[in-house]
Design a protein around this ligand. Structure first.
Ligand code: FES
Length: 235
């Protein structure tokens, strides 16, 4: 009986190409495709490998949009923190023409913290006006999402995930290590403006807990001993 069953299956597999259009044909076609994918050289072509290959392109796209969406020195009038015509045009383009997922606005820091704060306030005001919102609504979004900020931050943003999975696997200890190594508390920036240390809610990589992100780079299963190496990776 068992032999007949196997013979039947083999027959069906052999007949499948003839019925490529039917559901059985599709099933065997997918099976053949997956077999080839998972046995290709040099390594099985599996999702993590693919993600690894895509990641640098994702970072390039992100960085490209970030550069495009940054209001720099030349977008502000030299004598005060108001946007000039080029700045207004760029802001309008970001808010209406960029794909919805890339409509974050970045403001380049001024010569001193006061100038930076004045520029950020000006841009918040204009964004609110343009979108028909109150400035407090705009501020509410900025302060709610940890990815946004209206204060100058360091070159490298260290975000220690403090979500539940990371917390139970020692995120607090990791945060403490970074804090001690950098000499700043959570939310602080080192004097040389190199590192800003922050906590972050779940970044969706709980299986890698505890997770640390430095800008776009993700470190998983971080131990206290790795903290010094992570800092050394960012000269
Ligand atoms: S809790 Fe840290 S990645 Fe989910």
């Amino acid at each position: 009986m068992r032999r007949y069953l196997i013979a039947g299956l083999l027959l069906a597999a052999a007949a499948a190409p003839m019925a490529e259009a039917g559901p059985l044909g599709k099933f065997f076609a997918n099976m053949r495709r997956d077999y080839r994918r998972n046995n290709c050289w040099p390594d099985p072509f599996v999702a993590p490998d693919r993600a690894h290959v895509y990641a640098p392109f994702g970072v390039m796209v992100q960085n490209g949009w970030r550069a495009y969406n940054t209001l720099g020195e030349h977008h502000f009038r030299p004598d005060d923190a108001r946007l000039n015509e080029a700045g207004m045009n760029r802001l309008r383009a970001i808010l209406s023409e960029a794909p919805p997922e890339y409509r974050a606005v970045f403001v380049a820091g001024g010569a001193d913290p006061q100038l930076t704060a004045a520029r950020v306030a000006e841009v918040q005001e204009l964004v609110a006006k343009r979108l028909g919102l109150l400035r407090s609504d705009v501020y509410g979004v900025i302060s709610f999402y940890s990815y946004f900020t209206d204060k100058p931050v360091g070159k490298y943003k260290i975000n220690v995930c403090t979500g539940t999975a990371c917390f139970v696997r020692g995120a607090e200890r990791i945060m403490h290590e970074f804090s001690a190594a950098l000499g700043v508390h959570e939310g602080g920036t080192t004097k040389d403006m190199k590192f800003t240390l922050n906590g972050l809610r779940c970044v969706g990589a709980c299986s890698l807990a505890p997770v640390v992100m430095v800008n776009d780079r993700v470190y998983g299963k971080v131990t206290a001993k790795q903290v010094a190496q992570i800092l050394a990776d960012h000269p």
